[in-house]
Design a protein. Structure first.
Length: 500
């Protein structure tokens, strides 16, 4: 049982939560500057109000809850889950004030979608929003992909032993460097280098396709942020299909595949260990599951005769399959085309890919290739035990940065997370069916939300029931934090109410 929280527990949680909320306010400086540069005075006021709200709440929490105590594991996990909710509510202020949302719940939905790199949205009239609001949307996915806790560890929280507890609570476990603060900075170094290179390439493509220099630059940066973070937000309502550009489709696919890799894998390659890319259990698992699910997509599309030739099937089918598998959510077709032209088999194949997701400790969602690989390794180990002599000792290894002996705790942990994801997907699917959506469509968007993907067949819209909006917000939140921090928060609240 969790002991009843003491006042000191609440103070520690409030203090560190205040630091994180203050960091969200600092992020708003960027869209505020964009608004001033482009003379968007009303959006500038929106961001000023949002920024001051974050600063006020953040400073108030730090002053009222000031403490020099370090975090325990429980406190670290609670700080993460609590901070994400608070950051959502305060970060949604500029969204709501923009006038592009029907209600505050819709703006909170988009904020959580951005933070969790999901990419589903309820924003109305996307094609006519301000440059600053578009910058804020894409900055959310870029920052959320690295993790708002990683931002805090990089810039606001220095050298505390409890830092690692918050880092783990945000769904990351691997330290690239011995110190977790250095690890957070290494993650940002990797991301910023790619930001510079990727934005330049996309800018060049946009200008080549006929965009003016300034607008092309903004689209290059925005699209890169949505791509690298596997976030799925795009500057236009037609998503990537707006550009009608094969080079842009190829480049974005390369970026979101690279962005879906484990940050530890990036660091290993950066430091000279290039063999890791084809030895790692996550990349092997990703390649196999992509091939299997893409085969199902091809069969589904060919059976219906959706596209006239194999090249069109490959271009449309492979792009959307990999976009789903990396949990990016970019689309080159309209949402309703999935329902009208793709059929149930292709949609279910993409739903499976979305559920699996990409790598652990990356910007991507889903229950991760690492866990899929571990479960199959455990299955092979059991088969070996059955066919081996009774006296034989069967040892199974897997390679993830280093060789690791497969133990029961690895399998148990992987199965727990996978079953948690499946449970959330099932609940939201049943909720969608209850409200009258066809089962396959309800499943598709439920998996997309819970796995932080962003592909949609049209279920997610401003007209969806409020209860479904709340359920999808919770699914995005739980999926991004991979449940443990959520369970810690629930346990903390129950203990506070009921005691031991």
């Amino acid at each position: 049982m969790i002991p009843r929280p003491r006042l000191s527990d609440f103070k520690v949680i409030g203090f560190y939560g205040g630091k994180i909320v203050f960091g969200v306010g600092l992020l708003m400086v960027i869209p505020l500057v964009v608004a001033l540069v482009f003379r968007e005075w009303n959006p500038a006021l929106d961001f000023l109000i949002g920024m001051l709200s974050c600063f006020s709440v953040g400073l108030l929490l730090q002053i009222a809850c000031f403490t020099r105590r370090d975090l325990t594991w429980m406190q670290g996990l609670v700080v993460v889950s609590f901070s994400w909710l608070l950051a959502m509510m305060l970060g949604a202020i500029p969204h709501y004030l923009s006038g592009h949302f029907g209600c505050y719940l819709d703006s909170c939905f988009d904020l959580m979608s951005g933070y969790t790199t999901t990419g589903l949205y309820l924003l109305q009239d996307l094609d006519h929003i301000s440059y600053s609001l578009n910058t804020w949307r894409h900055l959310l996915t870029y920052a959320g992909g690295q993790g708002i806790i990683v931002i805090a560890l990089t810039f606001l929280i220095r050298g505390t032993a409890g830092a690692f507890k918050m880092y783990v609570g945000e769904g990351k476990e691997e330290k690239l460097l011995p110190n977790v603060i250095q690890t957070a900075r290494a993650i940002w170094l990797v991301s910023l280098v790619y930001l510079g290179a990727g934005s330049l390439v996309l800018w060049a493509i946009a200008v080549h396709e006929g965009m003016p220099l300034v607008r092309g630059f903004l689209h290059g940066v925005w699209v890169f942020m949505g791509t690298w973070s596997t976030g799925g937000f795009a500057p236009q309502s037609y998503n990537i299909g707006y550009y009608h550009s094969l080079p842009l489709e190829v480049v974005t696919m390369i970026i979101f595949v690279v962005g879906s890799f484990n940050f530890a894998l990036h660091w290993a390659i950066w430091t000279g260990n290039r063999r890791e890319i084809y030895r790692n259990i996550e990349t092997v698992s990703f390649f196999i599951t992509v091939m299997v699910t893409f085969t199902l997509v091809v069969v589904g599309l060919m059976r219906l005769g959706t596209y006239p030739h194999l090249m069109a099937i490959f271009r449309k089918g492979f792009y959307h399959l990999v976009s789903g598998h990396t949990t990016t959510g970019f689309m080159t077709i309209y949402s309703r085309e999935l329902v009208r032209q793709w059929g149930d088999l292709a949609m279910l194949a993409i739903a499976i890919a979305m559920a699996i997701g990409a790598s652990a400790c990356s910007t991507a969602g889903g229950f991760k290739g690492l866990r899929v690989g571990i479960i199959f390794k455990a299955l092979f180990q059991d088969i070996k035990r059955i066919v081996s002599p009774e006296t034989a000792v069967v040892v199974q290894k897997f390679h993830h940065i280093r060789d690791i002996i497969l133990e029961e705790r690895h399998v148990r942990g992987a199965m727990f997370i996978v079953l948690s994801f499946v449970g959330v997907h099932a609940i939201n699917t049943m909720l969608g069916v209850y409200y009258g959506y066809p089962a396959v469509q309800a499943l598709f968007d439920a998996v997309s939300a819970g796995s932080n993907t962003g592909l949609s067949c049209g279920v997610v819209s401003p007209m969806m029931p409020a209860l479904m909006k709340v359920a999808f917000i919770m699914a995005m939140w739980m999926g991004r934090l991979e449940f443990m921090a959520i369970f810690a928060l629930v346990g903390f609240i129950v203990a506070a109410v009921r005691g031991r």
